[in-house]
Design a protein around this ligand. Structure first.
Ligand code: C2E
Ligand code: CA
Ligand code: CA
Length: 728
């Protein structure tokens, strides 16, 4: 195959006539070719070599020009020098000679001297008298000049020996000189003609010039090589190393920059690394403001979002709502169902809150079981409260966690900008205050911070002060609320509920002062008083011949954790002569779920004394069934919140039913508290509940009133609930 054919084939393949018809692989070949040519010319090394070669070439050319100029100047000077030396010899000899004819041997000696071609002397008549060239003799200078065109201008004017003139007049190769010689004896003038052998002079000079040229070129090449080595070491190699490193760093093959563009590669890698650092910083900032579990913002983020919303509202007007939502009983979820379940509950809550928020609202997780919500552009307190209860309702919808059906209670504390504070910290603090108020009010409460809340905090301190002497001041009373057997309508027991009639403030509800008493430890003294009073009263009723019932006393978590609780109770029973079967203790579900082993020990000791144990508020504390089996429990008290909608909601009976069945399976009896209507009562009877307690059957009442209630209640036989209700 001929080369021509090959090239044609290549061209047809590589460069078909139509651009559109150009096959893809051909296009890629062309671009590769172009790329590789570009690499050749673009690579840093090539650019440096190119530049230095150019400099080298310029240097060599300049030295060539220099040598050429020097050669020409030297040629003229050399010829002049030689001619001058010969002229001097001739002038000297002419002055000594008697006649010009005597000059013959001197002229032939000069003619043989190196670099001199001919030497001759002409008399004043212009005819050659003596010459190194025999044929010149007798000829006129003009004839010789005609034979040697170079010698065309034999100067007609006198030229002193000092002013030798090149006869050829500016001719580069000129080597013919005429010298006027003043003859001493006759005062006449002779002319000496000296022809320099310029070819030989030029050859000698040429040799010298070549040497100089070679030295100059070699020096230039050496200098360039040294410089290029230095540049390679100092610049190219490090930049290439940087480029290789940068390319190695560039993981993404497609993003690899064009080859041969080292500075580009390095600068892109630098840009990429700066970008990566910036991204990293952004990522870090994001991480620092994000809650890892729920993906929501954290407390810091919440504060920042609130501050931003505040400055927006300052500029454009409007209210900003700050909401803190707390999950009820979250600790017991963690304790009883495990932390994984706790995490799931938190994630579910986060999802629900995100789903419920309006556009522009910010949801964050600001504490273990606390979520913060910034409500932008609320129209006022009513709308804020409405939004809060929407969140609480959404969180409270029943859901499944493994095999368990759960309902997550929550409550909300809220503040409004600008009326409750003008700065993020103050607003959050006030929302926290409102939240603690909401927690006192119980599950589902949404409390808007008002200035009074602040007063309440002050009030709390006063309550604490007054509580310290409350027992001595005899301001406490016990009320009794009946528990009634569902099947028989008979009073089976009473719950002792503490009442405080403050001499100045009037009635203070236990939900207000019990938490204060718990916090400052006075609760221990209060419980002792309640136990003594309940035992004394019960014994008194028994002594009066009334139906023997058990009185239930509420004990707090702090009481339950005290080692001397059993002794205190035993001593109280002995002191008042009451048999242990007539005393019951109510402990809440969440209480027994903390520190389970200690609590089980205490409860077992109490049970072995013969005292009944009831679990209060059951269903809100996520008890584990495994634990429930280990508790020496006599009763479960279904929490009021389940009874509330037992008859209203279609599925309201589901949880009470599960609790009742579960309790019966464990051999434990069930009380429903907070029964307020006949419908609720009927439903509970249907579900197989054992006992009921609530306003429908009887409100909490002072001892004297309860005594009458007890006397009137059937001490046997069936009594319809309505009768018991009307008696209340
Ligand atoms: P608790 O143990 O769950 O007591 C039941 C509460 O429900 C009582 O509130 C009672 O008055 C109220 N109640 C009863 N039937 C109904 C009803 O049909 N509807 C409604 N809405 N409420 C009903 P009270 O007396 O205000 O007590 C509140 C809480 O204070 C008690 O809740 C208990 O936790 C605590 N407490 C009361 N007395 C004592 C005490 O002597 N010692 C301790 N440690 N805590 C006490
Ligand atoms: Ca109770
Ligand atoms: Ca209760």
């Amino acid at each position: 195959m001929s080369i021509e054919y090959e090239r044609d084939a290549l061209q047809r393949e590589v460069l078909p006539s139509g651009q559109e018809g150009r096959p893809a692989h051909a296009r890629s070949f062309v671009s590769e070719l172009r790329g590789s040519i570009a690499v050749q010319f673009l690579s840093l090394r090539a650019r440096v070599v190119g530049l230095l070669t150019l400099i080298g070439a310029v240097l060599v050319a300049m030295s060539g020009i220099y040598v050429f100029i020097m050669f020409n100047q030297n040629l003229a000077r050399e010829a002049e020098l030689r001619a001058g030396a010969a002229g001097e010899v001739l002038a000297y000899a002419v002055r000594r000679a008697d006649s010009l004819n005597e000059m013959e041997p001197i002229l032939s000696a000069i003619g043989n001297a190196p670099y001199i071609a001919e030497a001759a002397i002409a008399g004043s008549d212009g005819r050659i008298v003596a010459s190194s060239h025999p044929s010149w003799r007798g000829k006129s200078i003009a004839a010789i000049a005609a034979a040697y065109p170079d010698m065309r201008t034999i100067a007609p004017r006198p030229i002193s020996i000092e002013q030798q003139t090149q006869l050829a007049g500016g001719n580069v190769r000129g080597g013919d000189y005429a010298v006027w010689l003043d003859l001493v004896d006759d005062g006449a003038r002779a002319v000496a003609i000296i022809r320099i052998d310029t070819d030989r002079v030029a050859a000698r000079l040429m040799g010298q010039a070549w040497n100089t040229m070679t030295w100059l070129a070699m020096t230039a090449i050496l200098a360039i090589l040294t410089v290029s080595m230095l540049i390679h070491r100092i610049l190219v190699a490090p930049i290439e190393a940087l480029r290789d490193y940068a390319q190695d760093q560039q993981q993404d093959e497609a993003a690899k920059p064009e080859q041969g563009d080292e500075i580009g590669v390095v600068s892109r890698a630098l840009t990429a690394s700066i970008q990566a650092r910036r991204d990293g910083e952004t990522q870090l900032a994001l991480l620092a403001s994000t809650d890892g579990l729920t993906g929501l913002g954290n407390r810091g983020f919440f504060k920042a979002a609130l501050a931003e919303a505040i400055s927006g509202a300052e500029r454009h007007g409007g209210y900003v709502g700050v909401m803190i939502l707390n999950l009820g009983g979250f600790k017991s979820i963690n304790d009883t169902l495990g932390h994984d379940s706790g995490d799931l509950v938190l994630q579910r809550t986060a999802d629900i809150l995100k789903g419920c928020r309006r556009e522009g609202d910010v949801v964050a997780r600001i504490g273990g079981d606390e979520f913060g919500i910034v409500l932008r552009n609320v129209r006022g307190a009513d709308e804020a409260l409405e939004l809060a209860s929407r969140f609480v309702r959404a969180v409270g919808t029943p859901f499944r966690l493994g095999v368990q059906e759960l309902q997550q209670a929550s409550c909300v504390g809220m503040t409004l900008f600008p009326q409750d504070g003008r700065d993020a910290d103050v607003l959050i603090k006030n929302a926290d205050l409102a939240l603690s108020r909401a927690q006192q009010e119980g599950a589902g409460a949404c409390v808007l911070y008002r200035h009074e809340l602040h007063l309440r905090a002050i009030e709390r301190n006063q309550i604490e002060r007054d509580l310290r002497s409350v027992v001595a001041r005899q301001e406490l009373k016990l009320y009794y609320q009946p528990k009634v057997d569902v099947a028989t309508g008979q009073v089976t027991g009473a719950e002792a509920l503490i009442r405080w009639h403050h001499e100045e403030r009037g009635f203070i509800p236990p939900s207000v002062f019990i938490p204060v008493a718990e916090r400052c430890g006075i609760i221990v003294e209060l419980t002792k008083w309640v136990l003594a009073e309940a035992c004394r009263q019960n014994r008194a009723w028994q002594d009066a011949g009334l139906l023997r019932i058990a009185v239930a006393v509420n004990v707090s978590a702090i009481d339950l954790r005290r080692a001397d609780l059993t002794d205190t109770i035993a001593n109280t029973l002995i002191a008042h002569g009451l048999s242990p079967q007539y005393l019951e203790l109510e402990v809440t579900e969440s209480m027994v779920m903390q520190d389970v082993d200690t609590v089980i020990g205490t409860l077992r000791r109490l049970r072995s004394l013969g005292i009944g144990i009831g679990i209060d508020d059951f269903g809100t504390g996520y008890s584990s069934l495994a634990y429930l089996k280990r508790f020496p429990v006599k009763r479960l008290k279904i929490d009021r919140s389940f009874i509330n909608d037992i008859a209203d909601r279609r599925d309201g009976h589901v949880i009470p039913k599960v609790i009742i069945d579960l309790a019966h399976a464990l051999g434990v009896s069930v009380v429903a508290e907070g029964v307020e209507s006949a419908d609720q009562f009927d439903m509970l009877r249907e579900l197989g509940c054992d006992e009921v307690q609530g306003y429908f059957l009887g409100r909490p009442m002072p001892a004297a009133e309860f005594e009458i209630f007890l006397r009137n209640s059937p001490a046997g036989g069936l009594c319809p609930p309505a009768v018991a209700g009307s008696a209340a």
